[in-house]
Design a protein around this ligand. Structure first.
Ligand code: CTP
Ligand code: CA
Length: 216
């Protein structure tokens, strides 16, 4: 089984010394890489900037990127040969319209930045998904959680979506634990307890294996 995983944040440069980013640590995506490797999968881990070391497992190939555009190019290069896609990255939705060649100098009392939408990696690759391929997405929500997560499942052609609710203590960014709800394309919903990210990763691997369209 070949697995493509995106993980971590993306950094969108403003000038040579600044970027727009987010608090994703990459821990959930790295834990998923370890969990898939542990069942014998060949994993390509495409990681935005994180402070984590590359996973040591010999079946995990880690590729480092910075921007959403770079993450898309790296993911697109391996997507067609992967059996399972896992989009765990917290991709910046927008990037600066222009990247200044020199450091932006301080001037007026306010500064307005123009941002343009980034490529949606999961949705774009989702349009190319073959029936035997399986796609897992994440949804981080603060309200109407299940409805928003299901909307993402349909819009991005996911087979399974991992919902993080920021209303749950111990969930989401900056924690070693996570609390997730898994929703699948058949309308099944399963709510899990708060647990370490390694155990959440195992639950997700089990859910994928139970739903794979064919033996791989
Ligand atoms: N995703 C992606 N590329 C993007 C944005 C999101 O691949 N440019 C993926 C994420 O990795 C995740 C899923 O899409 O698996 C949902 O991400 P999320 O940020 O929750 O969804 P958005 O469509 O960006 O919606 P919003 O941020 O407005 O809730
Ligand atoms: Ca988003």
């Amino acid at each position: 089984m070949r697995v493509l995983i995106t993980a971590g944040p993306t950094y969108e440069p403003l000038d040579p010394v600044r970027f727009i980013g987010n608090h994703s640590t990459g821990k959930m995506g790295y834990a998923l890489a370890e969990a898939f490797a542990a069942i014998g999968a060949e994993v390509t881990l495409i990681s935005g900037p994180t402070s984590l070391p590359n996973p040591a497992h010999p079946s995990i190939r880690t590729q480092r990127v910075e921007t959403a555009d770079q993450m898309y190019v790296a993911a697109a290069a391996v997507a067609s040969e992967a059996d399972v896609w896992v989009f765990a990255a917290a991709v910046a939705d927008y990037k600066p319209a222009q990247v200044a060649a020199e450091k932006i100098k301080k001037s007026g009392d306010t500064l307005t930045l123009e941002l343009v939408k980034n490529v949606d990696i999961a949705a774009t690759l989702g349009k190319t998904k073959r029936p035997e391929q399986f796609s897992v997405g994440f949804a981080l929500e603060t309200n109407n959680e299940q409805a928003h997560a299901l909307d993402k499942l349909h819009r991005k052609n996911f087979d399974l979506v991992v919902l993080n609710s920021l209303r749950d203590a111990g969930a989401g960014f900056r924690h070693d634990t996570n609390k997730v709800t898994l929703l699948d394309a058949q309308g099944q919903t399963r709510i899990f307890e708060v647990k370490p990210k390694a155990e959440v990763a195992q639950d997700i691997v089990d859910a994928v294996l139970a739903r794979l369209p064919r033996e791989v």
